[in-house]
Write a protein of this length. Structure first.
Length: 253
């Protein structure tokens, strides 16, 4: 890591090399405040140099607190130069009761860059009985490969005007996940490997497809964030050794 700057409430919690003496760097980000509060606007920018390798996660969920007067937002922007690798598996996004928030994540990939990104979302603080009690939630993921848009994934929900229980996007589930994997050489054979380990319909519902620009997208619905997190890691790890020549990715927290 050549340079870093952050200001409260955002910070780098830990950064270290993984066991085994690899050249990749593992970084955990954290929020020293209770979460994203009324009127907060978080912004982060990441620059991965040529042939660098970053494994990135967060120490806790993105907690979107009530916004009685001014909506909040979170924006992440990543630029990967040629041959860079980013494995980004943050904790779940949780919109609290009374929150109105947006989350935008943008990736710019150079030639031969590799990306694995898991976006996991919850309908609220489920164990407190806060299910779909937020005012509004919007998210947007953009992934660019050079000048070509590979992924444009937008989700929005206003429970008061759009009944979530009748939504075709969620069915009867309370959690969702999107896993985006982009790397040279990903194709039909790798897609079949991913599909072979997807969970059967039941507590989770999942599907996978090829991206037109080269890559694989996976969507999952479930009832618990940790189950979706484990499933996303398992899916990525089926491809990781062949793509990167490295063992399974494990985030220890």
């Amino acid at each position: 890591m050549t340079d870093r700057y952050y200001s409260a409430p955002l910070r780098f919690s830990r950064s270290f090399r993984p066991p085994g003496g690899g050249d990749e760097l593992c970084v955990y980000t954290s929020d020293v405040s209770p979460g994203v509060l009324n009127g907060d606007h978080y912004q982060s920018k990441w620059q991965l140099g040529q042939n660098t390798h970053l494994m990135l996660s967060s120490t806790s969920a993105t907690r979107l607190h009530p916004t009685p007067t001014v909506p909040s937002s979170v924006n992440h922007h990543f630029r990967l130069e040629q041959g860079a690798v980013l494995e980004y598996f943050p904790e779940c996004v949780i919109p609290f009761k009374g929150s109105s928030s947006s989350l935008t994540t943008t990736f710019e990939l150079g030639e031969q860059a590799i990306l694995a990104y898991a976006d996991i979302w919850s309908a609220g603080r489920i164990h407190r009985g806060e299910v779909f009690q937020f005012k509004r939630y919007r998210s947007l993921t953009e992934i660019w490969q050079g000048e070509q848009l590979a992924v444009w994934d937008r989700f929005g929900l206003e429970p008061e005007s759009n009944d979530p229980t009748s939504s075709a996007a969620l069915l009867a589930y309370t959690h969702s996940a999107a896993l985006w994997m982009i790397a040279p050489g990903l194709g039909a054979a790798q897609l079949e490997s991913v599909r072979s380990i997807l969970p059967p319909d039941g507590r989770m519902l999942a599907g996978a497809s090829l991206l037109t620009t080269g890559g694989i997208g996976v969507r999952l619905l479930g009832m618990a964030a940790w189950e979706l997190q484990e499933q996303c890691l398992q899916i990525w790890n089926t491809l990781r050794s062949d793509l990167l020549g490295k063992p399974n990715l494990i985030f220890r927290k």
